[in-house]
Design a binder for this molecule. Structure first.
Ligand SMILES: [Zn+2]
Ligand SMILES: [Zn+2]
Length: 196
């Protein structure tokens, strides 16, 4: 694909509000609630009048802008990956430590020295205390963490993507969206209960 065809618009690029009219402009105002890609009639109706200070451009500049923005969205994805990896790393460290401490000891305990048995005994007696510590300190944070991610999923409209996606993925996204809604309702109920 050469540079020219990459930036060429499709001929049938029409206004969503006026399907018989060609889309000639687009608006990049962050506060825009109108159709961002629009025709001359929309412009005459002053739909984007408040956004005109350098926010409305000719349609032939659109692809260039999209391609530039798509490149910068990689930073957003990297940030998500970095956060996820750091959380997973902490859990892996904890789980691996717990496995060394408690798993597969049944057949070895006979050969343990007293100081080793002492360490196992103390930890096993305090196991419930440690488990409660984990639940008490992380459960709320985890719910909040999950809600933040689910909210972002909905804000970004990832459940409504209309390109580059299989039917199966669309279904999965819609399920996630439903889960997000039920989670929000649950959280609102929890908050309401806390406020009573
Ligand atoms: Zn606008
Ligand atoms: Zn229009």
């Amino acid at each position: 694909m050469n540079q020219d065809s990459q930036f060429q618009q499709k001929q049938d690029f029409k206004c969503k509000d006026h399907p018989e009219k060609p889309a000639l402009f687009w608006c990049k105002s962050i506060d825009c609630n109108e159709n961002r890609i629009f025709c001359l009639i929309c412009q005459k109706q002053n739909k984007h009048i408040k956004h005109y200070n350098g926010d409305v451009f000719s349609i032939d500049k659109l692809n260039e802008f999209l391609i530039e923005k798509l490149k910068s969205s990689k930073g957003f994805i990297s940030e998500c990956e970095l956060q996820m990896q750091s959380t997973i790393k902490s859990y892996n460290k904890l789980i691996s430590g717990l496995q060394y401490k408690f798993c597969g000891l049944e057949n070895k305990i006979n050969q343990f020295e007293v100081y080793q048995k002492q360490q196992v005994l103390d930890s096993l007696i305090r196991q419930d205390e440690f488990m409660n510590y984990l639940k008490h300190n992380l459960e709320g944070i985890q719910q909040k963490f999950q809600k933040t991610i689910d909210d972002l999923f909905i804000k970004l409209e990832l459940h409504l993507i209309q390109y580059q996606i299989t039917d199966q993925q669309i279904k999965l996204n819609q399920n996630e969206y439903q889960k997000g809604i039920s989670l929000n309702i649950k959280n609102e109920q929890n908050e309401a209960n806390l406020n009573i």
